[in-house]
Design a protein around this ligand. Structure first.
Ligand code: GAR
Length: 211
């Protein structure tokens, strides 16, 4: 029998570069966990190809087939629960989640958002950052609560906004940081190293955890 380690389920809608960063970190850093499944709401999400190549179970649950948002989330939860995950990772999963779904996974549901929250919650963050003229932009990893893009912050990384930036160049600079902070945050959550008090999260290192 293979050793049973905690499972991770990752939800995606698109490219899946954060999914890749997490799968690679899990393997390279020999996490005591495995990515058990990737679920996408879009059949054409490129991230599915990467996951399938790695032998990870892939599923598509198209939101257009669901009669309502509640129905979709209940079926999504059924599929997630089949893997009994310790952690559910939103990696560019571009869907609003029902309060029922969020509550079901509260404390083990984590998201990356392409801005320095609480600035620029919602969509088109890079365009809005350029329009607002901010000099610093970045990425945030947060625990998911029923308020969209507002859960306790686990990690952030800032990048400069350069004079000649376009939406694409700024997005690429931010994404590079997402790939660094997101795997670390997922690992800390898996290893029980997050201490949440209200909106504040303390991330313990392994030594502190052992104390
Ligand atoms: C990432 O930039 C992520 O922060 C963003 O979607 C992109 C997914 O890229 N997520 C959100 O906007 C969630 N509100 P990826 O598919 O290459 O990981």
């Amino acid at each position: 029998m293979p050793e049973q380690v905690p499972s991770i389920v990752i939800l995606i809608s698109g490219t899946g570069s954060n999914l890749q960063a997490i799968v690679n970190a899990c393997a390279q850093q020999a996490w005591a966990a495995r990515v058990a499944a990737v679920i996408s709401n879009r059949a054409d999400a490129p991230g599915l190809g990467f996951a399938a190549e790695r032998g990870i179970a892939c599923e598509v649950l198209d939101h257009r087939d669901a009669p309502s948002r509640e129905d979709y989330d209940r079926e999504l939860a059924r599929r997630i629960d089949a893997h009994a995950p310790a952690v559910v990772v939103l990696a560019g999963f571009m869907r609003l989640l029902t309060p029922w779904f969020v509550q079901r996974y509260e404390g083990r549901l984590i998201n990356v958002h392409p801005s320095l929250l609480p600035a620029f919650a919602g969509l088109h963050t890079h365009r809005r950052a350029l329009e607002a003229g901010v000099k610093l932009h970045g990425a945030t990893v947060h625990l998911v609560t029923s308020e969209v893009d507002a859960g306790p912050i686990v990690a952030q990384a800032a990048v400069p906004v350069l004079d000649d930036d376009t939406e694409a160049s700024l997005a690429a600079r931010v994404l590079e940081q997402e790939h660094l902070i997101y795997p670390q945050a997922v690992r800390a959550l898996l290893e029980g190293r997050l201490r949440v008090q209200g909106q504040r999260v303390r991330v313990l290192d392994a030594v502190e955890q052992g104390r």
